[in-house]
Design a protein around this ligand. Structure first.
Ligand code: ADP
Ligand code: ADP
Length: 224
């Protein structure tokens, strides 16, 4: 599903200074896995997610996604592949403030030209799946707590039924109950065949999946 071949990512800081965030990483994640990515802060976890989900491009090496050699894709093809395959839950909810919750959930697909009437029912169902009441659909994001906003962001990522779900610290800043509900939802998605790649600091949470990738200083240290 995801295959990194000697992947290096450098961020250019100034003309003469750059930082190596991933250093010659080769790794494979199979279809149907539920992988936790762990490692110290600054080790390259978010960079790994960004490259695997085609949000960012590697400096060297190749990223294969669902059999596609992604460096050969044109920008448009890359965007389409990402749209087809990937759902992404960011570390911060990143909702659009001026839109009601239901529009936030539908926004990525509305922007792709899907008619609202085809999306509304499913968006409301997802709202329930993430444990939010119907009436929240017409609330503005600022009227929701941080944890509730995160759940909206989860619903937004799930609306297009992604084959791969990427999640960066999805439970940070959630209370225990909400975090447990979210992980239960991840397990349900995993049982339905979704491949999940989740960055987490939480050692117990990391054991929930089918495997762990540990990144240290831009190197993949171990895989259990
Ligand atoms: P999956 O079976 O995990 O869904 P893919 O469809 O991405 O994976 O790839 C099928 C198989 O081909 C994988 O097992 C992967 O290791 C292998 N593969 C893909 N690209 C290469 C490559 N450039 N060199 C070697 N093996 C590769
Ligand atoms: P983690 O998610 O493990 O905390 P990151 O992948 O965010 O790590 O960062 C890895 C390294 O790359 C860090 O040293 C970080 O400062 C640097 N980095 C990340 N994103 C950027 C960026 N956009 N520009 C410059 N440096 C970055």
């Amino acid at each position: 599903m995801i295959y990194f071949e000697d992947v290096t990512k450098k961020y250019q800081l100034t003309r003469s200074r750059s930082i190596v965030a991933l250093n010659n990483v080769s790794i494979e994640i199979h279809k149907g896995e539920f992988i936790s990515v762990i490692g110290p802060s600054g080790s390259g976890k978010s960079t790994f997610l960004a490259l695997a989900s085609l949000l960012d491009k590697q400096t060297n090496g190749e990223v294969y996604l669902n059999g596609n050699r992604t460096s050969l894709l044109k920008d448009k093809e890359r965007t389409n592949l990402r749209y087809e395959l990937c759902g992404y839950i960011f570390q911060f909810a990143s909702l659009t403030p001026a839109l009601p919750v239901i529009d936030n959930i539908m926004l990525p697909l509305l922007l792709r030209g899907k008619p609202r009437k085809d999306l509304e029912e499913q968006a409301l169902k997802l709202l329930a799946d993430v444990g939010l009441k119907d009436e929240y659909a017409y609330h503005q994001p600022y009227q929701l707590s941080g944890g509730e906003q995160r759940r909206v962001a989860v619903a937004r990522a799930l609306l297009k039924k992604p084959k791969i779900l990427f999640a960066d610290e999805p439970t940070s800043a959630l209370d225990d109950g909400t975090a447990k509900d979210l992980i239960r939802l991840f397990h349900k998605l995993h049982d339905q065949g979704t491949t999940i790649v989740m960055v987490t600091h939480d050692k117990d949470l990391a054991k929930e999946g089918t495997g762990v990738i540990e990144i240290r200083d831009g190197n993949v240290e171990c895989r259990m």
